[in-house]
Design a protein around this ligand. Structure first.
Ligand SMILES: [Ca+2]
Ligand SMILES: [Ca+2]
Length: 219
């Protein structure tokens, strides 16, 4: 009986020792990012829209992680996707990614779209309503562009980025402290913006926020 009890205790001690070693002795050459993703989203949870929905590869808008990052000059949004459309100019469908957040009483959005004619990056301030959601229609909602931003579609890493200078937000109150109530979505579309048919979309959970300047996984 004593042996039966002693053995698990010894095992626990050994496990603790192993964990301590792993925590305090970095392995040579290992990249150990000390970040935690702001938003995690399941794979394979893209919804089909329209009747019939547009034919599309849903992995191209299947969100996995969404992160925000700020430094002294920029706010960056990073969307990790299951796959990225490599055909910038020949795909018949638009693939769009947007993240919403609040600051100083305003709501903002950072968006990237891989369009038929190229890639478009936008920073928005919400001017009516709150922000887009998957709730039924009937809400008044509008956004206004803040100015020129940059970004990238990284096909090697399957990451979409939007980089917006902080100065763009100054005229509407600026960004400060907690970028709050963060959530994101992605979708496919066809046709002119505003009159587009949609094929599929992916929504994320809404999280409390990102503290400006904090460690981030945004790449
Ligand atoms: Ca997803
Ligand atoms: Ca989702």
């Amino acid at each position: 009986m004593r042996a039966a009890i002693a053995l698990p205790r010894r095992a626990v001690v050994l496990v603790c020792a192993a964990l301590s070693a792993a925590a305090f002795v970095p392995s040579a050459g290992a990249a150990a990012p000390a970040c935690r993703h702001l938003i995690s989203d399941p794979r394979g949870d893209v919804d089909s829209l329209g009747s019939p929905p547009l034919v599309d590869d849903q992995s191209l808008v299947d969100l996995v992680y969404v992160d925000l990052k700020t430094d002294k000059r920029n706010v960056t949004a990073s969307f990790a996707v299951v796959d990225i459309d490599p055909e910038t100019t020949t795909s018949p469908l638009r693939h769009s990614f947007v993240v919403y957040f609040g600051s100083q009483g305003r709501r903002y959005a950072l968006q990237a779209s891989r369009e038929v004619d190229g890639d478009i990056y936008t920073a928005w301030v919400v001017t009516a309503g709150q922000d887009y959601s998957d709730s039924p229609g009937g809400y008044a909602w509008a956004m206004s562009g803040l100015g020129a931003v940059t970004g990238s579609f990284d096909g090697a890493r399957n990451v979409v980025r939007v980089v917006a200078p902080l100065e763009l937000f100054a005229a509407t109150g600026g960004l400060k402290g907690l970028l709050s109530e963060v959530h994101a979505m992605s979708w496919t579309g066809a046709g002119a913006a505003g009159a587009a048919a949609e094929g599929s979309d992916d929504m994320t959970d809404r999280v409390r926020g990102y503290r400006m300047g904090a460690t981030s996984c945004a790449g």
